[in-house]
Write a protein that binds this ligand. Structure first.
Ligand code: GUN
Length: 294
C-alpha cells in the first residue's frame, strides 16, 4: 500500500484566498484593515526566512504589516517596551514574537506581555487556558493547520485514537486539546513514554512534533493510519558527495520513505503542514481584528 499524500500548499492557498477576500470586505464595509506585527530578535537564518514569509503573505492578503528586526543583543526590557507599544497601537491587531529567542532572553514573560487579544500565536497563558476550558481562543497556528488537513483528509474525527508525540507549548499541547475537542481519544506521548513504538502503533492519527529527524519509523505506524508530520529538520544530504559539499535538506520527524509504505495518508516535508502555519496566522489576525473592533 502507498499512502495518499496530503498536500498542504493547495489547502493553504485556499485559506489565504478566503482571508484575502475577508480582508477586502472588512476594509470596504467597515474601514478596518487587520494589522500584524512580527518581531524577530537576532539573525537565525530559519527564523529570518519564516518572518520574511509572514510579512510578505500578510501584505499580499491586503493587511497592514510591520516587521521589527531587532539585534541579537537586544535586552529583555527593550523587547518588553516594544511589545507594550504594539499592545497600545490601534493599527496592530496581531503580535507574533518569532521563537526561539536568543538564549539571554526569557521567553515566558515576553509571550505573557502580549495582549491576549492580540496573541495570534495562541501562546499566552490566557489563550492556552481558554483552549483547555473549551472557550473561544486564539489558537496556535500550526495545530490549527494540522486540524484543517486532518478534517480535509478524514472528515469526522470522532472516536479515532490520536497519538501526539511531543508536548511543546507551541504544537504538542494545543493539538492534543484540538483533537480532544474533535472527539478523538488522545494519547500524549513524549521522550519519557515507555515503549513509544507500541504506543504509536495504536494510533489511527499519529502527530509527530518532536524535532528529531526521521525518528518515527515505518514499523511504528498502524497500517492505514493518518500521519501528520510537523517536524522541520535540516540534515545533510544522504548522498555522501553532496553531503561533503555541505548541502542540506529538510526532513520531518517521520521516516517518510518507510512510513509512506504503511500509512493510509501522510503529510510530506516540506509542503505538508508548513504552508498551513502562515495561512492560519493570517486567519488568526483577521479573527483578532474583528474581535478588537467589536
Ligand atoms: N517558530 C517556529 N514556529 C513558530 C510559530 O508558529 N510561532 C512563533 N512565534 N515562533 C515560531
Amino acid at each position: 500500500m502507498t499512502a495518499k499524500i496530503i498536500e498542504g500548499l493547495p489547502v493553504a492557498e485556499r485559506l489565504r484566498a478566503e482571508v484575502t477576500a475577508e480582508v477586502a470586505r472588512l476594509r470596504a464595509e467597515h474601514g478596518l484593515q487587520p494589522g500584524l506585527a512580527v518581531v524577530l530578535v537576532g539573525e537565525d537564518p530559519a527564523s529570518q526566512a519564516y518572518v520574511k514569509s509572514k510579512g510578505e503573505q500578510s501584505l499580499a492578503a491586503g493587511m497592514h504589516s510591520v516587521t521589527h528586526r531587532l539585534p541579537a543583543d537586544t535586552k529583555q526590557d527593550e523587547l518588553l517596551r516594544l511589545i507594550a507599544d504594539l499592545n497600545a497601537d490601534p493599527l496592530i491587531h496581531g503580535i507574533l514574537v518569532q521563537l526561539p529567542l536568543p538564549k539571554h532572553l526569557d521567553e515566558k514573560p515576553v509571550i505573557d506581555a502580549i495582549d491576549p487579544d492580540k496573541d495570534v500565536d495562541g501562546l499566552h497563558v490566557v489563550n492556552a487556558g481558554r483552549l483547555v476550558a473549551g472557550l473561544p481562543a486564539l489558537t496556535a497556528c500550526t495545530p490549527v493547520g494540522c486540524m484543517v488537513l486532518l478534517r480535509d483528509t478524514l472528515g469526522d474525527l470522532t472516536g479515532k485514537h490520536a497519538v501526539v508525540v511531543g508536548r511543546s507549548r507551541l504544537v504538542g499541547k494545543p493539538i492534543g486539546q484540538l483533537l480532544l475537542a474533535a472527539n478523538c481519544t488522545v494519547t500524549m506521548a513524549h521522550s519519557k513514554t515507555v515503549d513509544l513504538p507500541a504506543v504509536c502503533r495504536s494510533a489511527d492519527i499519529l502527530v509527530a512534533a518532536v524535532g528529531q529527524p526521521r525518528m518515527i519509523r515505518g514499523d511504528w505506524i498502524k497500517p492505514g493510519a493518518c500521519v501528520i508530520d510537523v517536524g522541520i529538520n535540516r540534515v545533510p544530504f544522504d548522498n555522501p558527495e553532496q553531503a561533503a559539499l555541505g548541502k542540506t535538506k529538510l526532513v520531518g520527524d517521520v521516516n517518510y520513505k518507510e512510513a509512506v509504505q504503511v500509512a493510509g495518508s501522510i503529510t510530506p516535508v516540506p509542503k505538508g503542514v508548513g504552508p498551513m502555519t502562515v495561512a492560519c496566522l493570517l486567519q488568526n489576525t483577521v479573527t483578532a481584528a474583528k474581535r478588537i473592533a467589536g
